[in-house]
Design a protein around this ligand. Structure first.
Ligand code: NAD
Length: 330
């Protein structure tokens, strides 16, 4: 039996959105048919060419400038969703700036009447809490929404949920990430959102920083951001999945914005007590050669595929990365 490829839209075409296009290009089970950025969008019945999208975005600032089918719009998401009736699911590779943005986008989908799968790579606990408030509306609208489906939360949180199975009681989940990127401009939202976790900063302050101010800030730290005890949704996701209370989950890491080499190996440590009374720690470490983009977009599409199979069975509403197993996309 041959099944049709899943038709995917990517909202946000910065660092992660472009990586998403590259990841999807060789796949046969998923095709990218829609892309939106802040200034425009493209929608096509057939597969979009990632090289054309990326080069147009780099040279002109928006995929909306693509000749013949690009459309410029300052409300690109609403316009795209209103027109696109062939998209099965969207990856929301959007900045969550302000911290309410992703929930607002979800509400736009609910209002539009579109039915399908949404996947985000949200990071903040409070952002997931906003989605919990609208979970019944998502279910009623026929939307299957998977939240926290990047790397952390995402891949590492799901690994923690699996590792927890060895224990009778979970004492702690400690996530430590190392990210290396060649230049911060490739991932502006990620870096601004990370700065927002530093002492003396918050989301509003980081959002208001100009590119020059971010640049000057990074000059002072030699391009390094060291993050501790972050407000990261891995905690609420593991609590909702019944693994442990949120105060047992901690997330921190180091981001080097001037070097693609990871400053440390990303890992999650899950400590607990077995039924025999032994205390032990499982550690899951990501390969140092894997980039942030690979570890975010890969899982996001794995969860999108899982979301499509839930949606086809009539299962709607809000799910997290620790509740659903991602499926491998060929
Ligand atoms: P980016 O700044 O590189 O790109 C953002 C894109 O969104 C741009 O193309 C921009 O034009 C578009 N955009 C902004 N406002 C828009 C709007 N109103 N309508 C349509 N498009 C709009 O962002 P990035 O660094 O790729 O990060 C995206 C998100 O992924 C961030 O929120 C970041 O925190 C998150 N992230 C999650 C993880 C994880 O492991 N969970 C890891 C890294 C990044």
């Amino acid at each position: 039996m041959t099944t049709l490829p899943i038709k995917v839209g990517v909202l946000g075409f910065g660092g992660l959105g472009q990586a998403a296009a590259r990841i999807l290009a060789p796949k046969s089970e998923m095709v990218m048919v829609a892309v939106a950025d802040k200034q425009g969008y493209v929608l096509n019945e057939t597969v979009l060419d990632e090289d054309l999208l990326i080069s147009t975005y780099h040279h002109q600032g928006s995929v909306g400038y693509i000749e013949s089918f690009g459309i410029l719009s300052n409300k690109s998401i609403e316009d795209l969703v209103a027109k696109a009736n062939n998209v099965d699911g969207y990856f929301l590779a959007l900045p969550n700036l302000p911290n309410t943005f992703m929930a607002e986008v979800a509400k736009k989908f609910i209002q539009s009447g579109w039915q399908g799968v949404l996947v985000d790579a949200l990071k903040r606990t409070s952002a997931v809490e906003q989605l919990l408030e609208i979970q019944n509306d998502l279910a009623k609208a026929g939307i299957t929404y998977l939240t926290g489906c990047g790397a952390t939360p995402g891949l590492l949180t799901a690994a923690a949920a699996i590792a927890a199975q060895s224990y009778a009681e979970i004492h702690g989940v400690k996530i430590t990430f190392g990210v290396g990127i060649a230049n911060w401009e490739a991932y502006r939202a990620t870096i601004r959102e990370d700065i927002a976790h530093l002492p003396g900063y918050d989301v509003e302050k980081a959002k208001a920083m100009s590119d020059a101010e971010v640049e000057a800030f990074l000059d002072e730290t030699n391009g390094i951001l060291t993050l501790e005890n972050m407000e990261h949704a891995d905690d609420i996701i593991l609590e909702l999945a019944g693994i442990c209370d949120r105060d047992r989950v901690s997330v921190g890491g180091v981001v080097d914005t001037r070097n693609p080499k990871k400053p440390l190996s990303t890992n999650v440590q899950i400590t607990g007590r077995t039924f025999e009374g032994k205390i032990s720690t499982h550690t899951f470490t990501l390969g140092d050669e894997t980039s942030m983009a690979a570890n975010v977009c890969g899982p996001a599409f794995g969860y999108l595929k899982a979301g499509v199979s839930l949606h086809r069975r009539g299962i709607y509403g809000l799910f997290s990365c620790a509740e659903v197993m991602p499926q491998f996309v060929r």
